[in-house]
Design a protein. Structure first.
Length: 595
């Protein structure tokens, strides 16, 4: 990180505390413990410095939210972002690395010195304008759930959406509606194409229309806060608008490829973002597959034709993102087409109505009847999505899907589309060969799975959790079997587990040729046996120095069920005695060797 950048902060000593001059570049969604930001580094100890860092403010009664473009000084030492603490957990460290972020600073509001009159950027102005719109909308009588969805739908801010509403949209296959991205900008583009079509009758009217459309698209991006996802979507559809201006269908793929090149030249790390991958997979799939579906069947009845067109777009987009969606999210909403048929046809009207509501609210001229009407529409959309989400038998969850299946899945889809559009022996052979290899890979993974046995110490606050995998079965050994969280689910999906059970934690276990002894709050110690591994749990009141001298274990383990002050003391004792010490809250999970 930072190669070829002489002023990058990684070139300096990050092991010592320094005065860092930071500028907020993006406000992230807060969690229970902190408000989080992506910050640009301007200087360290008054020396010009570049780079990007994650910054967190502890939540307390004095905490005030920082805004985009705020600049401040903080005396601190950057810390490395820790890897996942549990097996197959979402790797936030890797996710941030792909955005060029490898360190974080955490502090409290009283420890920072804000700079007055910090210079503004366009992103900062856009973020402030979006907050102004939100504050204006909050003056009106929108429902709590409806207000959160309105902010997400029109402005790309999802902080106020409840977990239940978000889960409904996810399970119904409509979560893309809650993120201002390609779908919204695409609909907005076609609305503008329709509304501005009379301009084509004027001299140079097509050129004027193109310029006006691109200007209005970027104006919408500004209203939505110029977030990375909206900038990416508007960049893409600006090129699509140009392709429509040229009116040469054969150029569509070239124009889309050109937009990818342009975006990646400006922001190369976008390539690793799921949103970027899914947006372009969907657009490529629609441009390629949708015309083929229309040639396959063209109904004479106009109502049936419109339904078929909507269904075709939905199926084309879903085919394009299916392997990526399975790879990252491990679920498939089988009723996605129902949601798209019930909601997407009206999304253009909802977006148009919403933009009118924003405009009227900004000039303080939003009649209450219009506000209530829009609130009712959003409530109806939420209810529709909620009804689809309740059809749980159609939501296929916890689907194991690895990187090999991701690549092979796209090969199979490509071969299938080519074969159905123009049947040939070669494409048929490729399709069926792909299916066979896909099945062989699944069988190979199952054979490999049945030969596998592991014991893993996981990290869980106020609990001790051991995961014993034997083939396709998983036994969760825990002191509190009801406080497991997502540990077992994440593990079972990735490892293709078929059977799962839970048992109470005991004091002694045989792991291969070695013995693990668990010391809990009762402080029962091994008298005769000398275990190689000691696991300290529940803040046991032992004299560790004496235990190390008498038992002489090869390694000490400490999990999330202990007090931090005790863990610090035990770590110092082990360092003094030169005995390896593994704290799951610091180093993450530990998988024991069984041979």
């Amino acid at each position: 990180m930072g190669k070829g950048m002489p002023h990058h902060y990684s070139k300096k000593d990050v092991t010592k505390e320094k005065v860092w001059h930071l500028k907020v570049r993006e406000v992230l969604k807060p969690n229970t413990f902190s408000h989080n930001y992506i910050a640009q580094i301007i200087a360290s100890d008054n020396e010009q410095t570049t780079g990007t860092i994650l910054f967190g403010l502890s939540v307390d009664s004095l905490t005030k939210q920082l805004q985009v473009d705020d600049e401040f000084l903080i005396h601190a030492k950057p810390r490395s972002i820790r890897p996942p603490l549990n097996p197959h957990q979402f790797d936030y460290k890797s996710y941030l690395e792909k955005q060029g972020i490898v360190h974080f600073i955490k502090s409290n509001y009283s420890s920072i010195i804000k700079k007055e009159n910090a210079p503004k950027t366009w992103v900062g102005r856009a973020a402030n304008f979006r907050e102004k719109i939100i504050s204006k909308l909050k003056k009106y009588d929108f429902g709590l759930e409806e207000s959160g969805v309105i902010q997400a739908l029109l402005l790309g801010k999802r902080d106020d959406i409840s977990e239940n509403t978000y889960d409904n949209y996810k399970n119904a296959g409509a979560v893309h509606i809650l993120a201002v991205s390609g779908l919204h900008v695409g609909i907005f583009l076609f609305l503008l194409e329709f509304l501005l079509s009379p301009l084509e009758r004027l001299p140079k009217g097509k050129t004027v229309k193109l310029l006006l459309i691109v200007l209005l698209l970027w104006s919408y991006a500004f209203v939505a806060g110029l977030s990375p996802s909206i900038v990416r979507a508007v960049s893409m559809f600006s090129f699509v608008a140009y392709a429509m201006y040229l009116n040469r269908p054969t150029n569509s793929f070239n124009i889309i490829a050109l937009s990818i090149l342009f975006i990646l030249l400006v922001k190369p790390l976008f390539l690793f973002q799921v949103g970027f991958q899914m947006s372009y997979a969907a657009v490529f799939s629609i441009v390629w597959i949708y015309p083929k579906l229309q040639k396959f069947w063209f109904p004479e009845n106009i109502l049936v034709r419109k339904i078929w067109q909507l269904l075709s777009v939905s199926v084309a987009a879903q085919l394009g993102v299916l392997p990526i969606s399975l790879f990252y999210f491990h679920q498939f909403p089988a009723l996605f087409f129902v949601t798209n048929l019930l909601v997407v046809p009206f999304l253009g009207l909802i977006l148009g109505f919403g933009i009118l509501v924003i405009f009227l609210a900004l000039i303080d001229f939003l009649p209450n009847i219009i506000a209530k009407g829009f609130d009712w529409i959003i409530r109806l959309m939420n209810a529709t999505v909620g009804w689809v989400a309740k059809q749980e038998s159609f939501i296929i969850k916890n689907i194991p899907f690895d990187s090999f299946q991701l690549i092979w899945g796209y090969l199979i889809i490509t071969a299938l589309v080519l074969f159905l559009s123009k049947p040939k022996w070669k494409t048929m052979v490729v399709f069926f060969s792909g299916l066979i290899i896909f099945q062989v890979w699944g069988i190979y993974k199952q054979v490999e799975l049945h030969q596998k046995e592991t014991i893993t110490l996981a990290h869980r606050s106020r609990n001790t959790v051991l995961l014993h995998q034997l083939g396709d079965s998983l036994v969760i050994i825990a002191s509190d079997t009801f406080n497991i969280g997502n540990i077992a689910t994440d593990y079972s999906v990735a490892e293709r587990i078929q059977k799962m059970g839970a048992v109470q934690l005991k004091n002694s276990y045989r792991i291969g040729s070695k013995r693990l002894f668990v010391v809990d709050s009762l402080t029962v110690l091994p008298i005769k046996a000398r275990p190689e591994y000691l696991l300290l749990t529940q803040s046991s009141k032992i004299n560790l120095e004496r235990v190390l001298d008498s038992v002489q274990p090869k390694k000490i383990f400490v999990d999330g069920s202990n007090y931090p002050s005790l863990i610090k003391k035990w770590k110092a004792t082990c360092a003094q005695k030169e005995i390896p010490f593994h704290h799951t809250g610091e180093k993450g999970f530990y998988t024991f060797k069984l041979n």
